[in-house]
Write a protein that binds this ligand. Structure first.
Ligand code: FAD
Ligand code: SF4
Length: 713
């Protein structure tokens, strides 16, 4: 029920209302299921409305009242109507947003239960023969949670470190490891915790790829971490489950604990977008102050240290490489073969999708077992590579890195320009809130693009009243992510074999060189979907109705025949898409929260539309029977950010138009660096994480030596 819930995300505590035969009849009509199934799903819906999203309850009750009123118009109660009449009541409500949201949530609740999977032939598929079995039948291999015992607690924190790193995700994890390896004493502060793999490998409703609006287990959860969003519809206070909150994942490893692990390099053109295309009206498109050759040695280092599988070649825009990849590509299933045929028919080039996933056993971790729930979930066999199972344990193994989970940096401490002094920490310990200051020679920010900007702004002091590095009002601007183009298609045959992770074949032909467009993007198969995601694909594409027997039967028939091809559009960025502080809304620690505003540029929507058309062509050439391009984003829906959030502490050569110098040093401060996606001037037409990691490795080298390497020749 997300979209309009945005306007009312404050908590409510009323007991649940909808119950009884009206609710049962409504759920039974939506799902076309036996009464016992409807009762179970209805009970779960009631508990969601009671415990997780009480503010949705009034809207759901309003919907049921509308349903009952329509039944009264037919001289009956809804529950007493015949099947066909109940269905016709729901069909009359098809344009009602609350009705659509309720049907989708009911569909999700139903399809998240293992009991519903057999009909679809869907199995999670991982059976690692290890210790814990999750509620969904996935078995988690022993050792998947190994580093947890290396974590520190507040009493172990010292007064002073060489470096404090804020955030343990892609950028922070890499920086902490390289700095500790080189001899620095590092404190790595992470606001999230270490949820067990078994807990992150089971819930189809509360993971960062679910569209339910329920807070993800990857955090944060609850009402203590609101953000505000300003759109054409006015301001809204949001909680983490709301799409507009723009969550990535807040736990040890950041996004890399549960991501899809696509490990693309940006290409040379991505670093000079303004020079190549000019600056579209209303955009803030700019070149990076570094080029592909500046990052290439670090791409190579990360690919080999962490382990990327793939097969370079087939990308006409790719830059030169030092060497290949350390592991072969995982390979695709039957849908990849169909897509390869389609690409050949169109004359499209294709390449294997590079993945931070072990295709062979490596570094003491298993190879991928091709389970059917990858993106958004922790890997049950630990084959997916993130900072949580590489850089963080490597950093602690040096004996010089202290990893402190469950603790936030609430401010960077500074009293004058030139140098920061350390950080202010806040957390819970022994049942109480604790706060303390920690001093450091260097502070390295890697809290993700929204929170890094928020921290810089929240750390204002008398000599820098607008926030650190914000003398020219650049901090927080240029917030971007990726709008996605793509298309969904159904085939006559069963072409879906549910082999995870999913994306195996891509075309990079459209990354650049598209007449009349600024940039472009890569297109690849979507990650293997959960049953709930499959239903949403089919319904939103118009291939199956939202309710009734036709919806149920359509799902059964098409689940193994629906294929989606998607790709990230390189955005042109605008200065008005931004993160600010909201002085009127505080988090649970009393700090002002991030306020997000702005929207995507019309060029981004054009690129999105172009990619959708190309995806549709590809699927058509592959033999799809019916194809539906993804809809173009609405103009006023808020900024693009989400899991690929970037750009809010833009790196540059001129303090007037950037936040950091080309080595991530915040303008005006010798010892304050940014190493996360905030630095990205533009975000490429591919997934960004490898560039975050390579950028962090380059900046860590600069911290250590005052120099960086560059590819030559
Ligand atoms: C489900 C999912 C799928 C994805 N799939 C892909 C993919 O296939 N390929 C790809 O390239 N990218 C993917 N991403 C995106 C990728 O994970 C991000 O681009 C990347 O993690 C960004 O790195 P970062 O260092 O900027 O921030 P993050 O990795 O988000 O790390 C920031 C960390 O800082 C912590 N933090 C925030 N504030 C504070 C504070 N005040 N104090 C202490 N700690 C703090 C957060 O809890 C978090 O752990 C995916 C993300 C998700 C969630
Ligand atoms: S890498 Fe992904 S698909 Fe492979 S076993 Fe792990 S979670 Fe499953």
């Amino acid at each position: 029920m997300e979209p309009t819930a945005r306007r009312a995300a404050s908590s409510g505590t009323e007991p649940p209302g909808p119950a009884g035969e009206l609710l049962d009849a409504f759920v039974r009509t939506v799902l076309a299921c036996p009464p016992a199934t409807a009762a179970a799903v209805g009970a779960e819906l009631v508990s969601v409305l009671r415990d997780e999203r009480p503010e949705w309850r009034a809207r759901f009750e309003g919907l049921l009242a509308a349903v009952e009123a329509r039944a009264a118009g037919r001289g009956s109660t809804f529950a007493a109507l015949g099947d066909d009449e109940r269905l016709s009541v729901l069909e009359e409500l098809e344009d009602d947003e609350d009705h659509r949201s309720a049907c989708d949530l009911i569909g999700d609740l139903h399809l998240a239960a293992p009991a519903s999977w057999e009909r679809l032939g869907w199995r999670p598929g991982a059976d690692a023969g290890g210790a814990a079995r999750t509620g969904t039948g996935v078995r988690v291999a022993a050792g998947a949670d190994a580093p947890a015992d290396a974590l520190a607690s507040p009493p172990q924190v010292e007064d002073r470190y060489d470096v404090v790193v804020v955030g343990s995700g892609a950028g922070g994890g890499i920086a902490a490891w390289l700095l500790a390896r080189a001899g620095r004493r590092v404190l790595l502060v992470e606001r999230g915790g270490w949820p067990a793999t078994a807990d992150l490998a089971r819930d189809h409703l509360r993971n960062p790829r679910a569209a339910t609006g329920l807070d993800p287990w990857t955090g944060p959860r609850g009402t203590a971490d609101p953000r505000t969003l300003l759109t054409g519809a006015g301001p809204a206070v949001l909680r983490p489950g709301d799409g507009g909150w723009n969550a990535n994942a807040m736990l040890l490893g950041g996004g890399t604990r549960v991501y899809g692990a696509q490990a693309w390099r940006f290409c040379p053109e991505d670093f000079r977008m303004a020079s190549r295309y000019g600056v579209p009206d209303g955009s803030a498109l700019a070149d990076w102050p570094l080029d592909y050759d500046d990052l290439e040695p670090y791409y190579d280092e990360v690919e080999w240290a962490l382990g990327v599988s793939g097969r370079p070649g087939g990308d006409p825009w790719a830059g030169p490489r030092t060497r290949g990849l350390p592991m072969p590509a995982l390979g695709g299933g039957s849908q990849a073969r169909v897509l390869a045929d389609g690409a050949r028919a169109l004359g499209l080039g294709t390449t294997a999708v590079p993945l931070l996933v072990n295709s062979t056993p490596r570094a003491g971790r298993a190879a991928c077992v091709r389970c059917a729930q990858c993106v958004g979930f922790a890997c049950p066999v630990d084959a997916k590579t993130g900072t949580h199972n590489t850089a963080l344990p490597w950093a602690t193994a040096t004996g010089r890195c202290t990893v402190l989970p469950g603790t936030r940096v609430e401010r960077v401490l500074a009293s004058r320009r030139d140098r920061v002094e350390g950080v202010a920490l806040v957390g819970r310990w022994a049942g109480a809130t604790w706060r303390r200051a920690v001093h450091a020679e260097e502070v390295v920010l890697a809290a993700g693009a929204v929170e890094t900007a928020r921290l810089l702004l929240a750390s204002a002091h008398d000599a820098d009243p607008a926030g650190l590095g914000n003398g020219t009002d650049q901090v927080g601007r240029h917030l971007q992510g990726h709008v996605y183009g793509g298309a969904t298609a159904v085939f006559a045959e069963e072409v879906v074999d549910l082999l995870g992770p999913g994306p195996s074949i891509a075309t990079c032909d459209f990354r650049h060189g598209n007449p009349g467009l600024v940039g472009g993007g890569m297109l690849a198969e979507e990650f293997v979907p959960t049953p709930a995601a499959t239903r949403r694909w089919l319904v939103s594409s118009g291939f199956t109705p939202r309710h009734g027997p036709a919806g149920r039967d359509g799902l059964d028939r098409l689940a193994r025949r629906v294929v989606r091809v998607v790709g990230p559009a390189q955005e042109v960025t605008t200065a008005g898409s931004r993160v600010r502080l909201d002085p009127g809304v505080r988090d649970g620690d009393g700090n002002p929260v991030a306020a997000l505003s702005g929207g995507v540029h019309r060029e981004d929507r054009r690129t999105q539309e172009f990619l959708s058309a190309r995806a549709a062509q590809w699927l058509h050439a592959a033999g799809a029977e019916r194809i539906a391009p993804l809809p173009v984003l609405a103009p006023c829906g808020g900024p693009s950010a989400g899991q690929h959030q970037a750009g809010t502490a833009r790196t540059g050569s001129d303090p007037a138009t950037s936040v950091t110098d080309p080595f991530g040093r915040v303008w005006g401060y010798r010892n304050l660096r940014v190493v996360d996606a905030s630095l990205h001037v533009t975000n490429g037409g591919v997934n960004p994480v490898l560039t975050v990691m390579a950028g962090a490795a380059r900046i860590a080298e600069h911290v250590l030596t005052g120099r960086t390497r560059r590819r030559s020749g």
